[in-house]
Write a protein that binds this ligand. Sequence first.
Ligand code: SF4
Ligand code: SF4
Length: 378
Amino acid sequence: MAADGTTNGLLRGSELTGRVLDATEKFVAIRDRVCGACEYSCCHSGTMVGQHGVRRALKGIELKPELGPAIREAMRARAEELKADLDTIRKVTELLEMGFAAQMPAELAELKRLTAEWADFADFLGSDFELSHDNLRRVTEFTAVRANLLRGVGSFAGGHAALARFSGPGGSFTFRRRRLAPPRCMFHRDGCVLDRYKPIKCANFFCNGEPNLLAECQDEMTFDEFVLANMYVEPFAFVRQVIEQAGVLGPDYWEPLVAVPAARAQGDELVSLAHLREGRVELRQEPAGFYLSTEEVLHAIVATGRDNTVIYRAASVGGPALYELAVALQRAHNDGILGGFILIPDGFAPSAFMPHPMWTDHMMSQPLGSLDIFAIGE
Ligand code: SF4
Ligand code: SF4
């Protein structure tokens, strides 16, 4: 073992998981301090969860038993808020009726229809619905329900201001600068209830707030620590379950995965499991370590095809290569060309060279957040 606690300079097994846990603890302490100060302003701009986000949430609900109850609690609390808002909407509608019944009957009728739509949605949200694909999709439709209602109220001069003025306890209508403030994301309740299964764009985003989360991380963490804090320590059985789940759910649910096994035999088993999924599965070896650039990874993804999987086994991977990989995977996802991608390095190589330029250039998006990188315990 080398003086820095690594085996042949590589981290794996308990050496790696110990470093990951330390780095995660450091990151969480920074995040809790900084994000508390800005009151989660990045999650107060509507719901970021779309079609792909719903799929990620569903996978998380199956893999992490605590996720379902957390989502349900958030939905119940939000339903209460929507009901308080409904009282406000009804009060404002009554006042508008008194003033505009003769001049704007069509607009009033439309506002009543939109109010009924809001009431239906609030009932649904508080109904302890099954956490299925269709129901989670319906949750994300609140953005449209709210926008329609505000359009209806906005047909009347002073309508939005009346919503803010009559907003009662527990309600959400409030003015920010000269407009009604946007709503919180449906999955936000003292932080993101989706945890690591949040949408890709949220997972990779770093704030433009003040104080700034990325700036604080860069002050207090090394690049390697930041990379390690983006890994998850999981037992082998969990990673096996992730690969099995992808096989059962099919290509629409495939997401890239990096797993650093504690022993070579674990890597062999993951490769065998991945071979059970549909489509062609191609195994490539990188005996000198995984050093592919973003362009080289994209080339491999295109050659593999949308319905197939490529598995890389490599002697090692380091932070800069993980960044290059994550950028390529995100581009491929955005372009709709990403098939299955699995990287199984024998160990994590602490950076011998420079950090990745996205880190040193303080880019607002850091790409590792949405990539599942597992450090497998012994
Ligand atoms: S990431 Fe930035 S904007 Fe978002 S909650 Fe944290 S400090 Fe606020
Ligand atoms: S999904 Fe989570 S991280 Fe993204 S906006 Fe919603 S609460 Fe925030």
